[in-house]
Ligand binder design. Structure first.
Ligand code: ZN
Length: 446
């Protein structure tokens, strides 16, 4: 049994001082107050690991490569062209190498689980690999190699636009029939062997999957998380109105049984009625503030949604940057910039960092069907130690406020499933993984 002594620990009932944890394998065996045992690992502040509820790992390979302006105005849609060109070039080994770097960066940021929204299924010409699950198995291998918990979300993708439009050539690696997709999920049921990993699925969007197809999948897979991109862009809202006379979130809620197993990724563009209905559905809003800012998506109505009891979590999505603290910071700052007020997401008197962190912790675990993220006996030992290099060490929620909005507080150590993956802010395999990543992107760009 290993012991950790924390000056401060964020327990389910609140911050506690001088806490001793014992770890037994992948789980926390006990949590008690007391003096530091002689051979305990000492940390300043211990918090639960966070779920990163939305990632496209391969896009880490193009981070920073779409920031040059072209001849015409750039938008999400011109970015998507760059992304498709990159997606069409990757082979399975390169996919795994890029995912490994994304995953060690997630661990270093304080994430201990990723929801991988995985749509790059087939060979570059669109044909199946000899093993149709090849690309999913690369994601599983990357998670296993880096020690990150995985909620794998294979994506169902069949169309280029609303109303079942035929797919575009650039989408050929993403496509399945419902039957072939369900066979992929059956294969993965058998091949996901780590006990804390989870399998769900993700209809890509209402553009890429019809409501009938999604209903078929829901009937065949009655359990596990369901994620969908929705209302990220105004053009998507306008196209949905043209095709169906309804907005995307309105249509999703009207035609499908959206409940607490669902995670609505982005849900940026909402009417007041849609916002209230999403909050009441129990579904998690999967917010990706850094990517949404990078792509010029728009701003989620977070203060109203939270006051209506809506659940949210955060995702690094395009992985243009992988930074837990920045995701929560940008979520708050977007609201401050447009409303010219401060501390909008604190939800009442109290710490904004504390409210944001606790909200994203609960919503992220729900969205990824993970055990509740808490420092308590019996919970998985998914732990993040924060270090204050400037001191004096802050108190309670000040740890979170300074980590998210200030300076000096950083991730020091991360245990994922009881394994110390990150020490001194660095993942144990960083050098090997960076070398593999460099070889992969040099070959793709050659
Ligand atoms: Zn996405």
């Amino acid at each position: 049994m290993r012991e950790i002594f924390a000056n401060w620990a964020l327990l389910p009932e609140g911050w506690a001082r001088d806490v001793v944890l014992t770890l037994d394998g992948a789980a926390i065996a006990s949590v008690a107050a007391g003096p530091a045992p002689a051979d305990a690992t000492r940390v300043q502040a211990l918090i639960p690991g966070m779920a990163n509820l939305h990632s496209h790992a391969f896009q880490r390979g193009m981070a920073g490569l779409a920031e040059t302006r072209g001849a015409s105005a750039d938008s999400f849609w011109t970015w998507r062209e760059v992304m498709y060109r990159f997606a069409l070039a990757l082979n399975p080994e390169q996919m795994q190498a890029i995912a490994e770097l994304a995953y060690i960066e997630m661990l270093e940021a304080g994430f201990t689980r990723v929801g991988e929204f995985h749509y790059l299924h087939h060979a570059p010409d669109g044909s199946s690999y000899a093993d149709p699950a090849e690309m999913s198995l690369r994601i599983l291998a990357a998670a296993q190699a880096t020690g990150l918990h995985l909620t794998h979300l294979p994506v169902f993708y069949a169309h280029s636009d609303f109303g079942g439009a035929a797919p575009a050539p650039g989408q050929r690696r993403f496509l399945h029939s419902p039957d072939a997709f369900l066979r992929l999920l059956d294969t993965l049921d058998a091949r996901m062997t780590r006990p804390l990993d989870r399998l769900g699925f993700a209809p890509h969007s209402l553009r890429a999957a019809t409501e009938d197809e999604i209903s078929t999948l829901l009937t065949a897979r009655p359990n596990g998380p369901v994620h969908v991109h929705v209302a990220e862009q105004m053009r998507e809202v306008e196209d949905c109105l043209k095709a169906h006379g309804q907005r995307p979130v309105e249509r999703l809620l009207a035609t499908l049984p959206v409940d607490a197993r669902w995670c609505l990724i982005h849900a940026t563009h909402l009417t007041e009625a849609e916002r209230r209905d999403v909050a009441a559905s129990g579904a998690v809003a999967g917010l990706c503030p850094v990517t949404e800012a990078n792509l010029g998506d728009g701003l989620f109505p977070a203060p109203e949604f939270l006051s209506e009891g809506g659940a949210f979590g955060i995702g690094t999505d395009s992985n243009v940057r992988i930074a837990l603290a920045e995701e929560l910071q940008v979520l708050e700052y977007g609201q401050r910039l447009t409303r010219r007020q401060r501390n909008l997401l604190a939800g009442g008197p109290g710490s904004t960092g504390g409210a944001l962190f606790r909200g994203a912790l609960a919503g992220g675990a729900q969205a990824l069907a993970a055990p509740p993220a808490r420092i308590a006996a019996g919970a998985p030992a998914d732990l993040v130690a924060l270090h204050d290099e400037t001191g004096p060490a802050p108190d309670g929620d000040l740890w979170l406020d300074r980590w998210l909005f200030g300076r000096g507080v950083a991730v020091e150590t991360v245990w994922c499933g009881g394994v110390e993956c990150v020490s001194g802010g660095r993942h144990r395999d960083r050098d090997r993984v960076v070398a593999g990543f460099r070889r992969a992107v040099e070959a793709i760009q050659a």
